[in-house]
Design a protein around this ligand. Structure first.
Ligand code: AMP
Ligand code: GLY
Length: 425
């Protein structure tokens, strides 16, 4: 099978790494990729905002499967254009991707499907915002309705900050803002592969959204993750499939917009039970890095079965027993405007750490072929081990070997889980 992966983050590098090790994959391409992906696949130039160029590239390469990584090309319809051109594609249509692209649409689908989620109001002016903030009280949860790369959400006890963020969201073209009830309890990310009808869950992971240790500082795209979740309630995955994902997939099919790809359910396990925080229409980054690290079944079969309506007959997935931890190394000033163009040293030393490897995100090659930073989240350092303690030790051992001046990372990824300190409400 010839496969093309669209995207340029560490999530796509994880997909490429799994596909490169897959005996069914004979040729592997990625666009636009990054310096690390280029070592594992043939990379091609591509503007991900140009759907026609993506179709032209897939056709020119004669690939059997396109796997779309990020949300932005999905939300502008790249999967529709590829399928229109007869190319087998893993990724939802533009309409189905609105599950992520519009929080208001997601709330509507959840209401119709009876999926438990936070109470919310979609507001179009500041009077509505004030009423909603008063109704729910602190902590306030204020979300941009559209895509915001994980940075559109503000959770704060400060009413002035909440109101200011709401005003900024409203000021955008067609701006709408969602104000919702605060959900207590630990968060879980579960990826569920869908062919539009049948679904196959992967293993759950936990993401660390805040920039600093102790869950302090602003939200980011994600600073680290781990899997499995030793503290998760028994039957969690089955519960999420039965109460959240299957009803959502059924509802989208009923509306004539079947979801083909991965439903990312962002969940909170609250004192009042399971609640959806958000849906995404793609693999999560950095959770994919740890989930795929543990998946033993060759991934091309799974993705192709989803893209061709064949999940109902797929054999059960096989998983490694151990644990995986990923630590994101971010550029100076991320999640603000990151400093780029900084030389990265120690990549070979990091890769030499037993049970660890480095996936690239914002990296590029400079004029002399050295790896330099080119984005906010620069590297995803993965550690595998028999348990979380060993996986952490290996991931941080490799992080310590990396020299990226000005960079920062969290030092507490998976720590509370390792210490058994995560309490269910
Ligand atoms: P989202 O982009 O919707 O996933 O939100 C980003 C992060 O904000 C989530 O992972 C949570 O940590 C936090 N968050 C979002 N919605 C809520 C909520 N209703 N209650 C508590 N925290 C939330
Ligand atoms: N890890 C969060 C996301 O991918 O949106």
């Amino acid at each position: 099978m010839k496969v093309l992966v669209l995207g340029s983050g560490a999530r796509e590098h994880a997909l490429v790494r799994s596909l490169a090790a897959d005996p069914d994959v004979t040729e592997l391409h990625a666009a636009p990729g990054n310096a690390g992906i280029a070592a594992d696949a043939t990379v091609h130039r591509l503007d991900l905002g140009d759907t026609a160029a993506a179709v032209a590239l897939a056709k020119a390469l004669g690939v059997d499967l396109v796997v779309v990584g990020p949300e932005q090309p999905l939300v502008i319809g790249v999967a529709d254009r590829l399928r229109d051109a007869g190319i087998t594609t893993f990724g939802p249509s533009q309409q189905a991707a609105a599950l992520e692209g519009s929080k208001a649409f997601a709330k509507d689908v959840m209401a119709a499907a009876g999926v438990p989620t936070a109470m919310a109001h979609v507001c179009e002016n500041l009077d509505e915002v004030d009423a909603a903030l008063d109704q729910f009280g602190a902590p306030y949860v204020v979300k941009d309705d559209g895509l915001a790369a994980g940075k559109g959400v503000v959770v704060t006890d400060d009413r002035t900050d909440a109101r200011e963020h709401a005003a900024a969201c409203l000021a955008k073209d067609g701006g709408r803002v969602v104000i919702e009830e605060y959900l207590d309890g630990p968060e879980v990310s579960l990826f569920v592969i869908s062919d539009g009808e049948h679904v196959v869950p992967l293993q759950p992971a936990q993401d660390f959204k805040r920039v600093s240790d102790g869950d302090l500082g602003p939200n980011t795209g994600g600073m680290g993750a781990y899997s499995p979740l030793p503290w998760a309630p028994e039957g969690l995955v089955d519960d999420v499939v039965a109460r959240v994902v299957q009803p959502t997939v059924d509802e989208l099919r009923r509306r004539g917009t079947p979801f083909v790809g991965v439903v990312y359910a962002g969940l909170a396990i609250t004192s009042r039970g399971l609640r959806v925080i958000e849906f995404n229409a793609r693999f999560g980054d950095p959770e994919t890095q740890v989930v795929l690290a543990r998946l033993q079944t060759p991934i091309s079969r799974l993705l192709q079965a989803a893209a061709t309506g064949g999940l109902g007959t797929l054999e059960p997935l096989r998983w490694h027993d151990g644990a995986a931890v990923v630590v994101v190394v971010a550029a100076e000033n991320y999640p603000g405007t990151p400093v780029t163009g900084t030389a990265i040293r120690g990549l070979d030393e990091a890769a030499a750490v037993d049970g660890a490897y480095v996936l690239h995100a914002g990296t590029a090659l400079d004029a002399v072929g050295d790896v330099v930073s080119s984005g906010g989240r620069v590297l995803s350092v993965v550690g595998l081990g028999s348990d979380l303690a060993e996986a952490r030790e290996r991931a941080y051992g490799a992080v310590d070997a990396i020299d990226l001046p000005g960079s920062h990372h969290r030092s507490d990824i998976a720590l509370a889980a390792e210490l058994g300190e995560i309490r269910l409400p």
